[in-house]
Design a protein around this ligand. Sequence first.
Ligand SMILES: [Zn+2]
Length: 353
Amino acid sequence: MEEYLMPKQSKVKKFFRPLSVKVLCVILAAFVAAVSILSFKLYENHNKTVEANTTISETNDALKQINEELEGLKGELEKIKNEKATLEGELKTSKSEKEKLEKKIKELEKKLSKYEKKETSEKKSEKLSNETKKYPSIKVPIKNNGKKVCYLTFDDGPSKNTLKIIDILDAYGIKATFFVTCTGKTEYIKNIQKSGNAIGLHTASHNYSKIYKSEKAYFADLNSVSAAVEKYAGIKSTIIRFPGGSSNSISKNYSKNLMKKLAKSVEKKGYDYFDWNVDSGDASKARPTASYIMSRMKSAVGSQDKICVLMHDSAAKTGTVDALPQMIEWLVSKGYRFEVLTNESPTFHHGIS
Ligand SMILES: [Zn+2]
């Protein structure tokens, strides 16, 4: 056994014999060094891994925080959207309420305007009745059966003055004749008729260049005012007054000898035309005063028994309204009674040259 082992031991010895202990030490040292370096490298890598893991973890935390914030913002966005929808709904409601209110305001404004109109007309009639109380200063009804007759005539209306004139005539219990147009308050034709005053035709437009262009043009305009009288008064008037009178020279500018032709043709058609023999002068100025009108009228009356007085009830002639009561009273003092013009009345023609 020993013999058997021996040779083996000697084989190992033999194997290590050539290597010195020093060389072994060097190899060992090199091995230790290699292991140390490897360990250090491993340690270093481990540290780096730990460090990287820490960074990832931190990044994950940050990401988580961002996500949370994002969730929060989404929630706020949702809230804002809801609020917007609510506000839009409220806006729609406000709009419809605004429309309702505007409609109501318009209705109220209409009512107010109606009320104001009513109030104004009531005030006017009150004022008028107060004015009417100032006259007459003579005894009415006027009792006069003498031969002197006065036909008071008013041209170019109706206007707001027509109603005042009717009131004055009523206060004296007398009647006049209105040669109407359609240039102002045409509907007051009804008031003239109701008050028992007479209505004559004076053309619808009172436009010289239009009515005196030809016979045809004149009658077309006359028919128009005649239709208005039928509409508002329910009568067909057969008395007329030519604008400017039958002796007017203006018509010559538009058609020669027209007035002569018209004077004949109106009578053929069943009309009677009336000029005047007393001019109140209220058309000679834009706004004549009452005293001017009185003075003009007095001198025009003279000693005539039958007088047809020309006056105007157009809107600008407030002086005519002011003059009327004293004019009536002066004429009464001179022995005149008052009549309306009819187809049976005396003729008042200027004579056409
Ligand atoms: Zn006239």
